[in-house]
Design a protein around this ligand. Structure first.
Ligand code: IVH
Length: 678
């Protein structure tokens, strides 16, 4: 073993401390201190030191956040103290009964003051248990059956709001199981599903499922890419510390570096009823899904007296919120074929209003889902919005009449008639006719022209449908041989639109490499993966020639995506497409920067409101090309806020924080300046 100079040890310790602090400020306090560039630079330096001196890469090092080698399977962990669940109260009366039971057990009389409770939000995620020894995170487990859970330590280490070591707090227990909820915010859920849709992967039904799927990954780098969050709310076994109350424990959690959820002290059951009513009103504005509030007796001595039943404590209760649901009738089930050939059933029902919007359709995902829910045409069903956003059928209210057949996905592709396949053990049914199925072709073309892909304005869904049915295009490369005459001859196409469409197609020949990589529609390759590939390899040929290891080592590319890439480039059909594209003059441009303009380089831009001339995507791309970054939300680290028309709350926040605010004109002037410098 090499001897590590003390100065290097000190530097490593200082970097680790700074990175821990930066994580806490960013992910727990929402009050960042370092810019992303500064954070990255420090992390890279830390990693460089650890590469030379591996004994410094301890489990609590900030370097462990990026994920580790995939596991073959999860081990199991026996909880030091069982992970209980909670009894439910569904109404104010049931909550009052809970309070009565508490008072009886505590032998309180009518004249005794109300019991003091703590109200917390009940986040709809997954309960996990984190074991800290001498303040260092050593293990983390899922709830499992309550006594034994799965060892997901590697994955939990990637969650930025989980401290790898506790802050200096009093008391510091020799050992503690900190418990709380791992969840995915609604915004991350939407982002994840959008990315999955674009890369042809099945969608998650709701944030809870997405969080569960992300946490139970054998490849922790996948978990790291999912931006899970954690809120702590209780403890299991503890050695060497006690707290007088739940509220004191929550204060300790925050001081130790956890995000402890919002909570309130509540005197008596009526305050708890009010707390739930307020939660019901705030629910849609919260960044995460809640399915209720949890009401806990605050005093630790009283908790002890109340004790536990076999599965749940007698000192706490989940006071549920009704899910915003509606009843409707299924009128039809449609099967549609996507880009990858996946045949997806969608329920069409009588319009209902949910969380403020009108809803008529919900994906049923796959055959298993239909069977499990017993969905059939004519059934009365309950629908709700998963994560407040994506409509889903929760359950069927009617038994299927005896004279009705259960709805089955067609055995032949609804678009091309080819018999569909469902591989053993997979949920998705696919049309295998990759090259001949018009629905797949249509979906691939739509993806190709999309704004985030080749950005071909003026060639939309309906024109593509006409091109497919007239057999003018058989693949995306055929777009590049279309003539104005051919297009103008189509129904409802004028000379002008035909000229515009051809010009737009023409202009797309020299898009940046990352857009082409995304446009090809390779499974699992989303926008950020494509950007990572373009930056790492620089040319299409280099990506095609890369082996599995090189691909998997690319930022934003996991093992699954790497395998999908290798498979795609090895497929003769893909190779034929690539040579056809090259023949037709598609020349992806290597990642470039217009210039390292100091106005943009390393700066973070946030767009708000509607831009009138550039699309948001195009504006973001301009910023990126000049070395800048864009973010979705405003923080102290934002350098510029570009305010378009009808800019709302973001603009207010920017004003409050005293940030530099640009109008669309000023932003464009800035772009023009650096173009001139090129
Ligand atoms: S306390 C002994 N507090 O809800 C105490 N649980 O239905 C047990 N949950 O298994 C848990 N938010 O996964 C507690 N503020 C909160 C919670 C919470 C969500 C989950 C937890 C638990 C389940 C019970």
């Amino acid at each position: 073993m090499s001897i590590i100079p003390q100065t290097l040890r000190d530097e490593h310790a200082a970097l680790a401390a700074e990175l821990h602090e930066a994580n806490h400020r960013y992910y727990v306090l929402d009050d960042p201190t370092l810019t992303d560039a500064e954070y990255d630079a420090k992390l890279r330096r830390l990693q460089a030191i650890e590469a030379e001196h591996q004994e410094l890469a301890t489990p609590d090092s900030p370097s462990q956040r990026v994920g580790a080698q995939p596991l073959a399977s999860f081990g199991s962990i026996t909880h030091g103290q069982a992970m209980l669940s909670l009894a439910n109260a569904m109404s104010a009366d049931e909550l009052r009964e809970f309070d009565q039971r508490v008072r009886r057990t505590l032998e309180l009389g009518e004249s005794d003051p109300p019991v003091r409770y703590v109200g917390e939000y009940k986040i709809d995620g997954l309960g996990v248990s984190l074991t800290y020894e001498q303040g260092i995170l050593v293990r983390g487990a899922t709830r499992g059956d309550g006594s034994v859970g799965e060892d997901v330590t590697q994955n939990l280490r990637t969650i930025r709001s989980i401290p790898l070591r506790l802050g200096a707090v009093e008391p510091m227990p020799a050992r503690i199981e900190v418990r709380g909820e791992v969840y995915l915010s609604k915004a991350e859920f939407v982002r994840l599903n959008e990315a999955r849709e674009l890369s042809g992967e099945p969608l998650f039904a709701n944030p809870r499922n997405a969080a569960a799927g992300s946490l139970r990954q054998l490849d922790s780098r996948v978990t790291a890419s999912r931006r899970l969050d954690f809120i702590a709310y209780t403890c299991g076994a503890v050695e060497g510390a006690t707290w007088p109350s739940q509220s004191a424990f929550l204060t300790w959690l925050a001081a130790a570096g956890f995000a402890a959820g919002e909570h309130r002290l509540l005197d008596g059951p009526e305050a708890a009823v009010l707390f739930r009513e307020e939660a019901a009103e705030r629910r849609h504005a919260l960044p995460y899904d809640i399915d209720g509030v949890v009401i806990k007796v605050d005093d630790a001595g009283r908790q002890k007296v109340l004790g536990e039943l076999s599965r749940s404590p007698r000192w706490a209760i989940a006071f549920k919120l009704p899910a915003e649901q509606a009843e409707t009738v299924i009128r039809d089930i449609e099967a549609s074929v996507g880009r990858t050939g996946a045949v997806t059933p969608t329920a069409v029902f009588d319009t209902v209003t949910l969380a403020g919007t009108r809803v008529t359709r919900a994906s049923l995902h796959n055959q298993d889902e239909i069977d499990r829910k017993g969905v059939f045409i004519g059934a009365r069903v309950i629908v709700q919005k998963a994560g407040d956003i994506i409509p889903e059928v929760v359950r069927t209210l009617d038994e299927m009449p005896a004279d009705r057949e259960p709805w089955k996905l067609p055995t032949a592709c609804p678009a091309c008639g080819t018999p569909v396949l469902r591989p053993e053990g997979e949920a998705i049914t696919r049309c295998p006719n990759r090259s001949g199925c018009p629905a797949q072709l249509q979906a691939r073309l739509e993806h190709w022209v999309a704004r985030a892909a080749m950005d071909i304005d003026g060639v939309g869904e309906s024109l593509l449908a006409q091109l497919v049915s007239a057999e003018l295009v058989g693949d995306v490369a055929d777009l590049y041989t279309l003539t104005v005459e051919q297009l103008a001859a189509l129904p409802r196409m004028g000379q002008r639109s035909a000229e515009n469409a051809v010009a737009a197609i023409e202009a797309s020949r020299r898009r940046p490499l990352e857009r082409l990589l995304f446009a090809l529609g390779i499974r699992h390759v989303g926008e950020s993966g494509a950007r990572g590939l373009a930056a790492a390899f620089g040319s299409l040929e280099a990506v095609a020639a890369a082996d599995l290891e090189a691909l998997a080592a690319t930022p934003d590319i996991g093992a699954t995506t790497a395998a999908a890439l290798v498979e795609w480039f090895a497929d003769p059909a893909s190779q034929a497409l690539l040579s056809k594209l090259a023949e037709r003059g598609i020349e992806p441009q290597a990642p470039d920067r217009v210039s390292a303009d100091p106005r943009f380089d390393g700066k973070t831009f946030v767009f708000t409101g509607a831009l009138t001339r550039l699309s948001r995507d195009a504006a973001s791309e301009e910023v990126r090309r000049r070395g800048g970054k864009t973010a979705g939300s405003i923080s102290k680290l934002t350098d510029y806020v570009v305010a378009g028309e009808k800019a709302g709350s973001k603009l207010d926040k920017a004003t409050r924080l005293g940030l530099a605010i640009l109008t669309e004109d000023e932003f464009e002037a800035m772009l023009a300046l650096s173009d001139g410098a090129d």
